[in-house]
Design a protein around this ligand. Structure first.
Ligand code: AP5
Length: 187
């Protein structure tokens, strides 16, 4: 699992991890943005939360993930990016994986200070125009991260699988640190 605040580099590092380890990338944010783009019922509902920087309700996201894991159950492994985001989602993920005698192997948490997060997201907002990359929504997303998502760090620390990594530096330097952690795990 790749974990961290909005803008910490989860998506960027996931791409490199997929290339190196041939894992299946699962980004709930991307899946939900695709649903919005396709104007589905799920997309319409999710969009009302995402545009405010709030989390889409647990039940919706958990059901979405459950069917995805079933569909992709023959892959070598997953990189979960942006899921889980609440302790309820974390507990549900363990249950889903235990049906296949699996569990989360490692949680890589990218640690980046708020100033840098806001700078990165504002910059992306200017270039890509992602609709939640404006100052007001970024601040709401950060609050949601600290209130609802960061408690998961204790959840995974207690399981002994949390790896906190400095997420400030070049993309390649950060990737090298993550790859070292994963290589040790594979050994
Ligand atoms: P999601 O799409 O998951 O967005 P996020 O968590 O806000 O994360 P971002 O994609 O903004 O950042 P990132 O950490 O992936 O960083 P990135 O690599 O892109 O979720 C969006 C919304 O969907 C949520 O707010 C919620 O409403 C909903 N949602 C999603 N999952 C949900 C769930 N499980 N439950 C409920 N609701 C859910 O990098 C960011 C920028 O920084 C890029 O421009 C990048 O080029 C740059 N960058 C990356 N690394 C570096 C570096 N080392 N130095 C400088 N710049 C860098």
């Amino acid at each position: 699992m790749i974990f961290g605040a909005p803008g910490s580099g989860k998506g960027t590092q996931s791409e490199k991890l997929v290339a190196k380890y041939a894992l299946q990338h699962v980004s709930t944010g991307e899946i939900l943005r695709d649903e919005i783009e396709a104007n589905t019922e799920l997309g319409k509902l999710a969009g009302t939360y995402m545009s405010k920087g709030e989390l889409v309700p647990d039940r919706i996201v958990i059901d979405m993930l459950d069917s995805l894991i079933e569909k992709k159950r023959h892959v070598k492994g997953f990189i979960f990016d942006g899921f889980p985001r609440t302790v309820t989602q974390g507990e549900a993920l363990s249950k889903m994986l235990s049906k296949h005698d699996e569990d989360v192997n490692a949680v890589i948490s990218l640690e980046v200070d708020d100033g840098e997060l806001v700078d990165r997201l504002l910059k992306r907002g200017q270039i890509s125009g992602r609709s939640d990359d404006n100052r007001e929504t970024i601040e709401a997303r950060l609050k949601v991260y600290y209130n609802q998502t960061s408690p998961l760090k204790e959840f995974y620390r207690a399981q002994g699988i949390l790896k906190e990594i400095d997420g400030v530096g070049t993309v390649d330097e950060i990737f090298q640190t993550i790859a070292n952690e994963i290589d040790q795990l594979i050994k």
